[in-house]
Design a protein around this ligand. Structure first.
Ligand code: ADP
Ligand code: MG
Length: 329
């Protein structure tokens, strides 16, 4: 049983950055308006994510750390229209299996909170405690019982970079949420939680880069099906004097996704307007009907599949092209 859960854990928890991703997703699913991420030594010392979300009811905390325990799906049918970031019920149990885990939580409607301590998936302690509403999850000794995994961890700096990217991505996807990221006691990123994507893009890309971006605001009805595709965000001006690599950040229904086809749709939209050797920067927040996209393709949920990939492609291309053409005129 312990071996099985370690294998399962390996798929979800590849590295410290994946722990950060899963914990932040849980905080967002809990409706947090404030999420603080503290990391020690790129996650090799500790990772702590605190949120002011709804919290876990005291009598559900032990269940939450069990394999395939999710409070987010009730029927198999729900799987075809997922509106939360998590749904597989694998993250907490996977993290618990390969670390020392401490959860302190209080559900908004309960007077007492709960503190639970696990090591290698075994509950060592569970007790009622006073706590503010919300949840604090601390992960220490990651991969202590997986020496091979621990050995192949990349450098502290690589991990920090990945963690920064994940946090900044979620800050852009959830502009109404205040994010704070702290590495080794030093605050390195903070988003204002104003609800305006522009405010977060300024923080992530810097003001001078932001000033060279134009706003995308496209919306179309999905023909022959109903529902809408909304494409909002910012893309770089076509005549940017910049030679660095393309940086296309895409969110679909609140999830950062890796989708080469959609990224290509962005580049395509510039067509001949972008000088050779120049690449666009873009942050696009795309929303589609939940049943138009399958997010249950891979355990890390970074890959998605559209019901009709061409429709998604053209919607993105059109939305970007519209502002790029406007710019060229
Ligand atoms: P999933 O997110 O796929 O449901 P997880 O293993 O990540 O699975 O979490 C298991 C359950 O624990 C969640 O369904 C949720 O009920 C609860 N949970 C985890 N983290 C939080 C949090 N920060 N706030 C409130 N509930 C949480
Ligand atoms: Mg989760």
């Amino acid at each position: 049983e312990q071996v099985i859960s370690q294998i399962a854990a390996g798929e979800v928890v590849e590295r410290p950055a994946s722990v950060v991703k899963e914990l932040v997703e849980n905080a967002l699913d809990a409706g947090a308006t404030f999420v603080q991420i503290e990391v020690g030594a790129g996650g090799q010392r500790f990772i702590r994510v605190s949120d002011d979300g709804i919290g876990i009811p005291a009598d559900e905390v032990k269940i939450a750390v069990m394999r395939h325990a999710t409070s987010k799906l009730r029927t198999a049918d729900d799987l075809s229209r997922i509106e939360t970031l998590g749904f597989r019920g694998e993250a907490l149990s996977s993290i618990a299996a390969v670390s020392r885990l401490l959860i302190t939580t209080r559900h908004r409607d309960e007077t007492m909170g709960m503190r639970i301590r696990l090591e290698g998936g075994q509950v060592l302690e569970a007790s009622a405690v006073g706590a503010p509403a919300g949840t604090v999850v601390t992960v220490e000794n990651l991969f202590f019982n997986m020496p091979a995994r621990k050995k192949f961890l990349k450098s502290e700096n690589t991990e920090k970079r990945l963690i920064n990217q994940i946090v900044m991505n979620y800050a852009m996807a959830y502009p109404h949420v205040r994010f704070v990221l702290v590495h080794d006691g030093r605050e390195i990123f903070r988003s204002p939680g104003s609800g305006q994507l522009a405010d977060v893009v300024v923080k992530v890309f810097g003001l001078s880069q932001f000033k060279q971006m134009v706003e995308v605001d496209g919306e179309e009805i999905i023909r022959g099906r109903g529902g809408r595709i909304v494409v909002r965000g910012f893309v770089s001006e076509p005549d940017l004097n910049r030679k660095d690599r393309s940086r296309v950040i895409l969110f679909v229904n609140g999830r950062a996704v890796q989708d080469n086809s959609l990224a290509y749709a962005v580049t395509q939209a510039y067509h001949t307007l972008l000088p050779k050797g120049r690449y666009p920067h873009a942050v696009l927040v795309i929303s589609v009907p939940p049943d138009f996209v399958d997010v249950n393709v891979h355990p890390t949920k970074a890959e998605i599949r559209f019901e009709d990939a061409n429709i998604a492609f053209s919607a993105v291309q059109r939305a970007v092209r519209e502002v790029i053409l406007g710019y060229a005129r």
